[in-house]
Write a protein that binds this ligand. Structure first.
Ligand SMILES: [Zn+2]
Length: 373
C-alpha cells in the first residue's frame, strides 16, 4: 500500500509517454493513395510530438516552432485535445518554419471529453464489472471508450473527421488506438509491487453488454462464462479486430478529406498485441510511429534497432511507412546518436522525438548533425 503513491506518478509519466505519436507528410512525399506501391525513397524524416494549449499566444508558438525549423525538423505532431480551431490557427505558423503539421489525438482513451461524459454507457467495462467512466484502471485519466458500441464509435470518428478537415494538415494521427494495458512494461512491475503474470480481471476490457452480446451472437459463447478468457482466441481476435475496424474507418475518412492516416503504436506487433491488444501490422494506415521507448522496458539502445527491424519486416508488402519513436529525456548525447543510427540502419523512414520541449541544446546538436548525409 505504501508504494501506491509512488507508483502513480511514474506510471502516469509512462502512460502519457506511450500516448504520444506521430504523423506523416503529404506535401513532402507521402502518397495519399495505396496504388503507388513503388514510391521514390523519401529522405530520412525528423518529427516531434508536442501538446498545444490554446491560451498561448501566436508569438509563443512561433518561437517554439522556429526552434524546430532551425534545428531541421520536418514535421510536428500537435495534440490540440481534438480542437480543430486551434489546429487551424497553428498551421500557418508551422508552415512559416517549413514544418508539416499532423493532427495528433487521443483516440480510444478520452480523458476530459465533455460529450462522452454525458454518456456513461459509452465507456469500456472491465472483466470485474468496473466502468472506465467512474472507476478507471491504473490512473484517473484512463477514460477508455468501448470500441464496439455504435454511439461511442461514431463520436470518435466524428472527432477524427473534424480534425481531418482542417486545411493544410498533412495527416490525422491516431494515439491510444488500442485497449487499456492488460500488461504494463515488465520493468515497472517489481519496482512497484504490481504483479501481472496473468491477464487480471481489473485490466481486461471490454466486457460491456454490447461487446459480449455481439461476440456471443457470432461465436455462441459468452466471455463472462470463460474460466480463463486469455486462452480464448476468438475473444482475443474479436478485440484486435474492433481496434482495426476503427483504424480502417479512420483511413477512409482521412483519405476522403485529402489527408493521410498515421498512428502512434507499441514497439512491434507481437508486443503490441500482447500488452494492449493492438495488431498494427494488419491495419490500413499510411505510417506508424512505434514508441520504441527502451527505458520503460529496461532495454538498451540496440533494442531500438531490434524493434525497428521487426516492425519493418512485419510491414513488408504493405504500403505503410515506419518512423521510430524515441524517448529523449533520459538519453545522453551518445545514446541519442546511437538511437537515431539504430533506427536508420534497421530500415526506418524517419525518427520522432518525444517530446519537443524536452529536447536539450546538446541533444539538438546531435539531431542536427545526424541530418547530414
Ligand atoms: Zn464494449
Amino acid at each position: 500500500m505504501i508504494k501506491t503513491t509512488k507508483f502513480l506518478p511514474f506510471l502516469a509519466l509512462f502512460i502519457f509517454t506511450l500516448n504520444i505519436s506521430c504523423e506523416t507528410k503529404k506535401e513532402t512525399g507521402f502518397t495519399t493513395t495505396s496504388e503507388n506501391a513503388e514510391v521514390e525513397k523519401e529522405p530520412f524524416k525528423f518529427w516531434t510530438w508536442i501538446t498545444a494549449e490554446k491560451t498561448r499566444t501566436d508569438a509563443s508558438f512561433d518561437e517554439e516552432f522556429k526552434k524546430y525549423g532551425d534545428n531541421g525538423l520536418d514535421a510536428i505532431l500537435i495534440n490540440t485535445y481534438g480542437d480543430p480551431e486551434l489546429l487551424a490557427r497553428l498551421v500557418p505558423i508551422a508552415k512559416k518554419h517549413n514544418l508539416e503539421v499532423h493532427a495528433w489525438m487521443f483516440t480510444m482513451n478520452r480523458p476530459g471529453d465533455k460529450v462522452a461524459e454525458q454518456h456513461p454507457e459509452w465507456y469500456a467495462v472491465s472483466r470485474d464489472g468496473k466502468s472506465c467512466f467512474d472507476e478507471p484502471p491504473y490512473v484517473g485519466y484512463y477514460k477508455w471508450l468501448c470500441p464496439t458500441r455504435k454511439e461511442s464509435r461514431e463520436h470518435i470518428l466524428g472527432l477524427i473527421e473534424g480534425l481531418a478537415k482542417v486545411e493544410g494538415v498533412a495527416s490525422f494521427h491516431l494515439d491510444y488506438i488500442r485497449y487499456s494495458d492488460i500488461f504494463l512494461p515488465i520493468g515497472l512491475l517489481p519496482k512497484y509491487d504490481l504483479k501481472q503474470e496473468t491477464e487480471l480481471p481489473e485490466y481486461d476490457f471490454c466486457y460491456c453488454d454490447v461487446c459480449t452480446a455481439e461476440f456471443e451472437k457470432e461465436h455462441h459463447k459468452n466471455p463472462n462464462d470463460f474460466t480463463n478468457p486469455a486462452i480464448d482466441m476468438e475473444w482475443k481476435n474479436f478485440r484486435l479486430n474492433k481496434v482495426k475496424a476503427i483504424v480502417d474507418e479512420a483511413y477512409k475518412i482521412t483519405h476522403e478529406n485529402g489527408k493521410i492516416l498515421t498512428a502512434a503504436v507499441f514497439p512491434y506487433p507481437e508486443m503490441a498485441d500482447h500488452m494492449v491488444r493492438q495488431r498494427w501490422d494488419k491495419w490500413k494506415v499510411d505510417a506508424v510511429l512505434p514508441m520504441i521507448y527502451n527505458v520503460f522496458y529496461n532495454e538498451e539502445i540496440d533494442w531500438i534497432g531490434y524493434a525497428t527491424k521487426q516492425g519493418v519486416e512485419d510491414l513488408k508488402g504493405r504500403n505503410t511507412e515506419l518512423h521510430t519513436g524515441i524517448y529523449v529525456p533520459e538519453m545522453t548525447v551518445n545514446q541519442l546518436k546511437e538511437a537515431i543510427n539504430q533506427a536508420k540502419s534497421n530500415g526506418a523512414n524517419g525518427v520522432s522525438f518525444f517530446d519537443g520541449p524536452a529536447i536539450t541544446e546538446e541533444q539538438w546538436q546531435v539531431i542536427k548533425a545526424s541530418q547530414k548525409p
